[in-house]
Design a protein around this ligand. Structure first.
Ligand code: AMP
Length: 489
């Protein structure tokens, strides 16, 4: 079994790892660290929560610490590109933690905050710079930094970079990179467009892969509650009366939706904070800090703001709105299964969202069990039906307001009948609450009647679907997770 001492890292790094309480490398670390230490390029298929930050941070710190070279003004020796500010800050924190006994300078730059201070800091250069692509280009354009002396480049969460429209900035950055360099490229998925991008950054890369996105869901105990859209606030309130719902991340589809949820909870005396693109950087950081410290129990987030956030001890993820992209569901619920821990994910599904639910079940190959609604739940009183002007009914439907007599309203009060391919009928309707009872479990994979099998994922090279990680390895990681899941955030 590999241990950190097998990597022969510099002594200050081993000391920091011991301080972090890491005893054993995670699977991505086992695979990625040796070739990265040799200076090879790397193509890593892994998502956050697998320990991938240390998988690239440790070889970088080792390499930079070993050579006697020093940084030059307005330049950096290692550059880590990250799609979001939150992830960038977290990566920089990890570098600082692992490199705390070394004398390397670590800086982080992202948009949304004044550029002047960043320009002044970069005047002396940085050994390690973590940056979002847009702000990096601004700094390059203002001649505050050059990539001429770059030794190592990391592109993290490449799929998210493309989702967020960073392809143009990335293409602008490529020609600025020195030919002689090491490149490490990470993505949670590897569709054709990402593989193409990787090709432009990497030379003869070693490919490493762990935890395909669809299997991450296995560690999370899942359930779905069917509810009419307009009754979601009341359902959320009822779910939150359960004291075991201790640290909960609520996902909404839109920024305004997140604000609405926070306001609604506030009216009911349940403090909550939101993070999304319209919040300032300091507001986001304050919200994250309050959530992390336990001062705030409920954090409401949109996908983009939450991606990559690493917070230990999230007990529940609530999908208040189901995402249109099924992969987002897996990323969301992964927030509660950090580093091998397990957690509970509850999806609120309105009548209009059933096709989203089916897409998620197809991707994860899990029939998500239907939960009965919590005892304290009372549907909002329905507005009396008043004579309508022509066209009014259609407008209401577009805004998903509660409607009288629509199907789905009845679903809130008794277990749903099985729909379509849902196996096992009402067996799937189980009471909300007892952990582990009636929630989705790995054993329910592939329970698909009518011979319907989930289509093979097209976005990942065949053969990597499951063989990338021997069972035993995953179990070891999951076991180790208990140890580090206890580390306070
Ligand atoms: P990441 O995937 O880099 O976001 O890491 C997920 C979490 O796992 C972070 O909280 C890390 O501190 C933690 N972690 C990373 N590597 C290890 C390890 N070898 N042992 C224990 N915890 C780890």
């Amino acid at each position: 079994m590999t241990s950190f001492s097998d990597f022969v890292l510099l002594a200050p790094l081993n000391k920091a790892l011991a301080g972090e309480g890491y005893t054993q490398p995670t699977p991505i670390q086992m695979q990625a660290i040796p070739p990265a230490l040799e200076g090879r390029d790397l193509l890593g298929i892994a998502q956050t929560g697998t320990g991938k930050t240390a998988a690239f941070a440790l070889p970088i710190l080792h390499r930079l610490g070993k050579t006697g070279m020093t940084r030059k003004p307005k330049s950096c020796r290692a550059l880590i590109l990250s799609p979001t500010r939150e992830l960038a800050s977290q990566i920089a924190e990890s570098f600082k933690a692992y490199g705390r006994y070394m004398h390397l300078s670590i800086d982080v730059v992202f948009g949304g905050v004044p550029i002047g201070k960043q320009i002044r800091r970069l005047a002396t250069g940085a050994d390690i710079l973590v940056a979002t692509p847009g702000r990096l280009l601004d700094l390059i354009d203002q001649r505050a930094i050059t990539l001429r002396d770059l030794e190592i480049l990391v592109l993290d969460e490449a799929d998210q970079m493309l989702d967020l429209g960073f392809i143009k900035p990335l293409k602008r950055i490529i020609p600025m990179l020195p030919k002689q360099r090491q490149s490490l490229f990470f993505s949670a998925t590897m569709p054709g467009s990402i593989a193409e991008l990787a090709d432009q950054f990497l030379t003869k890369p070693v490919q490493v892969a762990v935890t395909p996105v669809a299997t991450t869901a296995e560690r999370v105990v899942q359930g779905v509650m069917h509810v009419e859209g307009g009754n979601k606030p009341a359902l959320l309130r009822a779910v939150l009366t359960d004291p075991t719902v201790a640290r909960v991340l609520v996902f909404t589809r839109t920024k305004h939706g997140a604000d609405r949820v926070v306001k609604g909870l506030g009216r009911d005396g349940i403090p909550a904070l939101a993070i999304h693109g319209n919040r300032s950087q300091s507001q986001r950081q304050q919200a994250l800090a309050a959530f992390r410290s336990g001062n705030c129990r409920v954090l409401v987030a949109t996908d983009i703001a939450a991606r990559g956030i690493d917070i230990d001890g999230v007990t529940h993820v609530i999908n208040y709105d189901l995402p249109d992209v099924p992969e987002s569901y897996v990323h969301r619920i992964g927030r509660t299964a950090r580093a091998g821990a397990s957690g509970i994910a509850i999806a609120f599904c309105s009548g209009e969202e059933r096709s989203n639910l089916r897409a998620i079940e197809k991707l994860t190959r899990i029939a998500i069990p239907v939960l009965t609604l919590p005892e304290g739940y009372r549907a909002e009183p329905r507005p009396a039906r008043v004579p309508q002007e022509p066209g009014q009914e259609r407008r209401e439907r577009e805004f998903s307001r509660p409607r009288e007599g629509v199907q789905g309203e009845r679903d809130e009060h008794r277990p749903r009948k099985p729909f379509g391919q849902r196996p096992g009928g009402t067996d799937h309707a189980r009471p909300f609450a007892p952990r582990g009872k009636g929630f989705g479990r790995p054993g329910q994979r592939n329970e698909r009647p009518h011979g319907e099998q989930a289509a093979p994922r097209q976005d990942r090279p065949q053969g990597e679907q499951r063989q990338d990680r021997p069972q035993g390895e995953r179990r070891r990681f999951a076991g180790g997770g208990k140890r580090f899941a206890n580390r306070s955030a």
